[in-house]
Every structure is written in structure tokens, then in C-alpha cells.
Design a protein around this ligand. Structure first.
Ligand code: MG
Length: 162
């Protein structure tokens, strides 16, 4: 088994749709980024590559590459899971924390868990997503953006095609 940890942060950008964990969240500004700005999926991808010691999201999907402009991060996560499968890894579980003053995450947590589970190809019982505020502290507490942390377990399996 391998453990991995990922972190990401993005500032809000007015007028852009917000996507968290592959789920559209209405009523809140989106996040500034080269891609769709899905900060939660970016943290999950970093945790997955970290667990396999395969670098990070930037080395696999560089933001200097026009292919990833406005990219659907869910597709990047799916490609990440494919790459890990080729190397003989499958996801054991995910535990993630999203930190922001807005939006309130709780109404969306089950939808996000379901979407991430589908992308990770595991049962939703193996996916945990927790929302917190920063209690008004620092830039995140002032509402500048959203931070995400993710921990994953990878299991070595015979699922690879290499
Ligand atoms: Mg990012």
C-alpha cells in the first residue's frame, strides 16, 4: 500500500462557474486557473501521483500547455487513474478537506463524493469529503479563495495492462 497527500489553492474569479470535485456548485464565483479551477480534484490528483512517487499534476498536465486551457479536471483525474492502473495501482480510499468561507459545502458533499467515487472507480463508501471554514482567519478566511487537502491510499494490484 502507498499513502499520498495533495494540496491546492485557487482564488475566486468573478463570472466563472464553480466546480468542486467534478460537481457544478451554483450561486458562487468560480476559481481562477488555467483549467476549470477544480481545486479539490487538483489536490486529489497530486495525492494520487504523490502516492505513486510519479511527480505532480503540473508535471503531467502543465499549465503552459494549451491542451489543458479550460480543461475539465474530471477528465484529468480519470486519465490519472488510468495511468496508475497501467502501473498496477488502484485507489483504496480518499479523505479530503475543503476550506472556504463560501460556499457552504455540506449540501453538495454527497454529490461530490459520488462523482469522485465514479472517477476513482471505487464505491462512495471509500470517499470522504469534509467542508470547513477558516474561522475568518487569513486570506481564505477573508473569502479570497478555496483550499483543498487530500489524502489517498493506493493499493498495488494486478489491474495493470503493462
Ligand atoms: Mg490547481
Amino acid at each position: 500500500m502507498r499513502v499520498g497527500f495533495g494540496y491546492d489553492s485557487h482564488v475566486f474569479e468573478a463570472g466563472k462557474p464553480l466546480v468542486l470535485g467534478g460537481v457544478a456548485i451554483p450561486g458562487c464565483d468560480g476559481l481562477k486557473a488555467h483549467s476549470d479551477g477544480d481545486v479539490l480534484i487538483h489536490a486529489v490528483i497530486d495525492a494520487l501521483f504523490g502516492a505513486a512517487a510519479l511527480g505532480d499534476i503540473g508535471s503531467h498536465f502543465p499549465d503552459s500547455d494549451e491542451r489543458w486551457r479550460g480543461a475539465d479536471s474530471a477528465r484529468l483525474l480519470s486519465q490519472t487513474v488510468d495511468e496508475l492502473a497501467r502501473r498496477g495501482f488502484r485507489v483504496g480510499n480518499l479523505d479530503a478537506t475543503v476550506i472556504c468561507e463560501r460556499p457552504r459545502l455540506r449540501p453538495h458533499v454527497d454529490a461530490i463524493r459520488g462523482r469522485l467515487a465514479a472517477l476513482l472507480r471505487v464505491d462512495a463508501s471509500r470517499v470522504s469529503v469534509k467542508g470547513k471554514t477558516n474561522e475568518g482567519m487569513d486570506a481564505v478566511g477573508a473569502g479570497a479563495g478555496i483550499v483543498a487537502h487530500a489524502a489517498v491510499l493506493l493499493e498495488e494490484c494486478n489491474c495493470g495492462i503493462m
